[in-house]
Design a protein around this ligand. Structure first.
Ligand code: ZN
Ligand code: ZN
Length: 314
């Protein structure tokens, strides 16, 4: 038991989970961490032995784009932060795409994420790299916890405390309930695409390998970098009460999520990139959807709010 879980009873909204639920959660986390890792090992060996086909890369990229968009625009900006309103069909599609990423059911995702904002880099934050001692050892332990270790915790965010709106919203709750169905579709779809591309069982297996396992590995590590790398390394243009930082490379591969300092300064903003140098593909898509009338009430911080929050030059 780490210091965080020892304190969990005293932190509002953070609750211990039963031994049986903890075992189930750890088992699922173990599968989500190890199976994609094994898949990457097999894919790498195959590249050296046989090379790689264009359609394997296309399935990987296609599935990655679908799932990262679902997490960024759906689970995060729409459902967790209400940064924009959306047509019911858009909500369903974003919810399904986010669930296909295999990062947990919607109420779990939203509750843990809101908890991260409330306790950012303080005791109670599910994945801060800053609470694990000083020196190089403390930093390495913190990095491990914030990147992967937190998935194996024996406490969790109270869904009723942090995600009551998801539980009360019939459409959002349906998305939550169908998580395992959509996560399975996230594996079946690339398998079917591989079979269609080649008409062979080998093609189906390679579709599963690239669009399923390798894609889950790539997207999960990119997403986990938001909690680990982006609370350690990067630019901090805004005053926030945490160590959040804007990391260009993580932002590029997470469609804007890696701009953590901007996001912690303006959590309800639909835009994480606040200028053209900050990569935020999601806000481009949100603006297109807004033009089409499919999303509305898109939140942006005012120029005055941005100026006020910006750090004074040193
Ligand atoms: Zn953060
Ligand atoms: Zn957030």
């Amino acid at each position: 038991m780490n210091a965080l879980s020892a304190n969990s009873k005293t932190i509002k909204g953070v609750v211990p989970i039963s031994p049986a639920a903890a075992r189930l959660q750890r088992s699922l986390a173990f599968l989500v961490v190890t199976l994609p890792f094994i898949g990457v090992g097999i894919a790498t060996a195959r590249i050296f032995l046989y090379g790689v086909n264009w359609w394997e890369i296309a399935i990987f990229v296609g599935m990655y784009v679908v799932c990262v968009s679902g997490v960024s625009m759906g689970s995060h900006r729409h459902f967790a932060h209400r940064a924009f309103q959306a047509h019911p069909r858009v909500r369903s599609v974003l919810g399904a795409m986010g669930s296909m990423a295999a990062q947990g059911p919607l109420a779990y995702w939203v509750a843990q994420h809101r908890r991260h904002h409330v306790y950012s880099d303080l005791p109670g934050d599910p994945h801060s790299p800053h609470l694990h001692g000083g020196g190089v050892v403390g930093m390495l332990r913190g990095f491990w916890h914030s990147h992967i270790g937190w998935l194996f915790s024996d406490e969790t965010a109270d869904w009723i405390h942090f995600a009551h709106d998801i539980l009360k919203d019939p459409q959002a709750f349906r998305i939550h309930q169908r998580y395992f169905w959509w996560a399975t579709i996230g594996l079946v779809l690339p398998t079917a695409l591989g079979a269609l591309a080649t008409g062979t069982l080998t093609g189906a297996w390679l579709g599963f390998l690239w669009g399923g396992l390798v894609r889950i590995f790539a997207l999960n590590h990119a997403s986990w970098c938001v909690g680990s790398v982006c609370h350690l390394f990067g630019k901090r243009p805004f005053e926030t009460h945490d160590h959040s930082a804007n990391n260009f490379w993580v932002a590029l591969f997470t469609f804007g999520e890696g701009l953590q300092n901007n996001h912690h300064a303006f959590p309800s903003s639909a835009a994480h990139g606040l200028n053209w140098r900050e990569p935020d593909f999601s806000i481009i898509v949100i603006r297109v959807l807004e033009r089409l009338g499919l999303v509305w009430d898109v939140n942006f911080p005012s120029p005055q709010a941005i100026a006020k929050a910006r750090k004074a030059p040193a």
